[in-house]
Design a protein around this ligand. Structure first.
Ligand SMILES: [Fe+2]
Length: 282
């Protein structure tokens, strides 16, 4: 595609692609350049798009195979690969209910799966005028800023990730059947990011316990690591406009949504998730 231009968002963390129209099929060169830029920069932003669910799925497939989510209340019937988050009630107005309060906590998508989501691609159909931003923290930058002795120590740790606990903390209780389908998994605290060969801290709200540490020490260390990783110097905050597509690499970032007035402001976003690859410890 002529005119594809890549603009950095925050140092090497994040890039915006300009001159892309996703309503038309992308040529292979453009797909390759976008995939390469995404691999290097972890966040890819493309603004000003009018994206049908089918075009969203087609674009997403440039990056791999797509997931279907276990919490099926979010499915869009015709396209099971698309998960819609909306606060629009049956009367067409904002219903004052946040569709998923779990998204307000720092997390990396599907770290509770043995093979977690590689990437998430979110499209903003309707977005609030105030709030409803998405904040991203660079877990490669956060790892590389650690003292060398901590890098070595943290690389020996493994963490239990448990969706049922993080859902509970967000105010939801999973059914017994859902819990059975999604038992806790163990992930390394530091993982290798294959596209760059760099290491990233791998933690977030699904991570409940560092194995082998006394419970209080484990909780304290998880809190300290997350406080470090989410310092402003590691953060890119996306302020949405309708028509934005934002894609993030779950292997090397955490993210959270910010609050908005769910009674006054409509927010309808759609997402696809790219299936992951086995987690490689550092
Ligand atoms: Fe998420």
């Amino acid at each position: 595609m002529p005119g594809l231009d890549l603009k950095p968002l925050k140092g090497d963390f994040g890039v915006e692609a300009l001159g892309v129209d996703l309503s038309r099929p992308l040529d292979q060169t453009t797909r390759d350049r976008l995939r390469d830029a995404f691999g290097r920069h972890r966040i890819l932003v493309i603004r000003g798009q009018t994206l049908s669910p089918a075009a969203h799925i087609d674009f997403s497939r440039s990056f791999g195979e797509l997931e279907v989510h276990v919490l099926n209340e979010y499915h869009k019937a015709a396209h099971p690969e698309i998960f819609e988050l909306s606060n629009i009630g049956p009367d067409g107005k904002p219903n004052a209910v946040h569709p998923d309060r779990g998204t307000l906590f720092w997390h990396t998508d599907a770290s509770w799966q043995e093979t977690p989501a590689l990437a998430t691609i979110l499209y903003g159909e309707q977005v609030p005028l105030n709030g409803g931003h998405t904040m991203f923290a660079d877990m490669i930058g956060a790892y590389e800023a650690l003292a060398p002795a901590e890098q070595v120590r943290f690389s020996t740790f493994r963490v239990r990730h448990d969706l049922s606990i993080s859902r509970l903390k967000a105010g939801y209780e999973m059914t017994e059947a859902q819990k059975k389908e999604r038992p806790p998994v163990v992930q390394p605290l530091v993982r290798r990011h294959p596209p760059t060969g760099r290491n990233a801290i791998y933690l977030g709200s699904h991570g409940q316990e560092i194995l082998g540490l006394p419970p209080l020490e484990s909780l304290g260390l998880i809190e300290r690591i997350m406080n470090h990783a989410t310092e402003p110097r590691f953060i890119y905050e996306h302020v949405w406009q309708a028509g934005d597509l934002v894609m993030w690499d779950n292997r090397a970032t955490v993210h959270r949504g910010t609050e908005y007035d769910t009674a006054a402001e409509p927010r309808v976003v759609r997402r696809t998730v790219i299936k992951g690859e086995p987690v490689i410890a550092a």
